[in-house]
Design a protein. Structure first.
Length: 139
C-alpha cells in the first residue's frame, strides 16, 4: 500500500467563501500514482470546512443564507467565544454544521463521484492563509 500527503493553501479575501477544489484534488491523485484506495480531504482550520455537493452558484448562496440564519455573524456579543477578544464564534458553529472532511473512493485512478459531485473548501473566517490536507492511501 502507498501513502500520499499534500497541502492545498488558500487565502479567501472575504470573511466567507466557497472554492471548488476538485481540480487540485485530482492533481494530487494523479501525482500520487494511486489507482485504488481512499482520498481524505480535510480542512486544517477550525473555522473552515470541506464538503461535497453540486457546483451551482444558487446552492452556494443558499448555504450562505442558511448558515447565516442558523449562526449569524452579528451581534458579536451573541457568542461567549467572542468574549475572549475573537469575532469568529459563528465560524466555529458553521464549521461544525458543514463538517471537517470528506472521504472519496479512488477507483481506476479517478475520484469515484456520484453525478454532479464536486469537493469544496468553505471558509467562514477568511482574510488569512489556511490549508487543506489531502491524504491518499491505496495501491
Amino acid at each position: 500500500m502507498k501513502s500520499y500527503r499534500n497541502e492545498l493553501w488558500f487565502q479567501i479575501p472575504r470573511r466567507s467563501g466557497i472554492v471548488n477544489i476538485t481540480p487540485e484534488v485530482n492533481d494530487c491523485l494523479r501525482e500520487s500514482g494511486i489507482h485504488e484506495g481512499l482520498c481524505l480531504v480535510n480542512a486544517m482550520n477550525i473555522t473552515a470546512s470541506v464538503f461535497i455537493n453540486d457546483d451551482e452558484p444558487g446552492l452556494h448562496q443558499d448555504y450562505d443564507d442558511w448558515l447565516e440564519g442558523l449562526a449569524p455573524h452579528e451581534p458579536l456579543e451573541l457568542y461567549r467565544h467572542n468574549h475572549t477578544g475573537e469575532d469568529n464564534g459563528d465560524a466555529h458553529l458553521k464549521r461544525t454544521i458543514m463538517g471537517r472532511e470528506v472521504v472519496v473512493a479512488v477507483t481506476n485512478g479517478k475520484l469515484d463521484f456520484g453525478t454532479w459531485e464536486q469537493i469544496f473548501y468553505y471558509e467562514f473566517d477568511g482574510r488569512r492563509r489556511k490549508h487543506v490536507l489531502v491524504k491518499i492511501i491505496g495501491d
